[in-house]
Design a protein around this ligand. Sequence first.
Ligand code: PLP
Ligand code: COI
Length: 337
Amino acid sequence: MKKIDWDNLGFDINAAEKMFVANYKDGRWDEGEIVDYGKISIYPSAVVLNYGQGIFEGMKAYRTKDGRIAMFRPYDNAKRLNMGCERLCMPTIDEDFFVKSIESLLKVNEDYIPPYGKGDLYIRPILFGSGEMLGVNPATEYTFIIYMSPVGPYFKGGFNGIKLEIRKDYHRAPLYGSGGIKAIGNYAVSLYPKKVVKRNGYDEVIYLDAKTSTYIEEVGSANFFMLKDGVLSTPRLSGSILPGITRDSVLKIARDVFGLTPLERDIRYDEIYDADELFCTGTAAVITPISLVAYDGEEHTIGDGRPGEITKKMYDELKGIQLGEKEDRYGWFYEVK
Ligand code: PLP
Ligand code: COI
């Protein structure tokens, strides 16, 4: 096994030794196999390389305090992947096959799951059109790969809060486009806006709706939440926002555990300047506090600039459920046996 510095994990590739590969040909998926992680060979005319026919998922495996291996709502990732496959004219994958393939790979990569409290094993399933095509048409052959990498916090500085810049001049996804699925192209177009805001000293972009540049959509790789006057709000799923599994979990925890009445609504970008707390949510981001937002050269510190009470409580509750330490009233905790 590779040597891994468990105490200094970031969100970097440190691929676990094995990966899972399945192929789709003549109208069916094969049973797949576990092979060494490494380069794959692909035709230059593969549809994914020419026309971006590809999708991915993001999940984690957790090491519990008593040494068990757990995942969080893995069937929801399977469902979301399949929704995306439909939109991109790719064959769907059986949900049980998806989850069982991850489980069998986790068993052989078990040593790469960070020790309790040091990080998690990030799971990256990808599915793409590997068959040849010259015209703009769906491929007839597809490849499904799962690889894994131990990771720490997605944002450097982790739980202290991140600084975001609202941009009207770059959009992530238009309505009726591919924003609601994890299409690989969505991330390609986010690279440049991220570069621009990084140059300005911020961690990520807050994207606005592509039609009016007025309402918050999400952060480049996470969903957005605001607490203001005791009300928790998040942008409604307009179609161009990714339906995050963490977002859904936070809404349910807010309602059932914290007794809040969360709202899914349109949030104007200038409503957030005097919010009490802001945070973003995702598999990689978990619950990351937002300490400052900037727009057009003006900076607005959120609250006292430190992580808010509800943000911290939400992080503890979510992590607690993921690690099997808090009551799991929804059946989200998934033990790999
Ligand atoms: N928004 C985008 C654009 C993402 O890439 C992700 C990550 O998957 C999320 C939101 C959060 O989704 P989830 O909570 O399912 O990880
Ligand atoms: C995740 O949170 O798993 C994501 O996919 C976001 C990002 C790393 C692209």
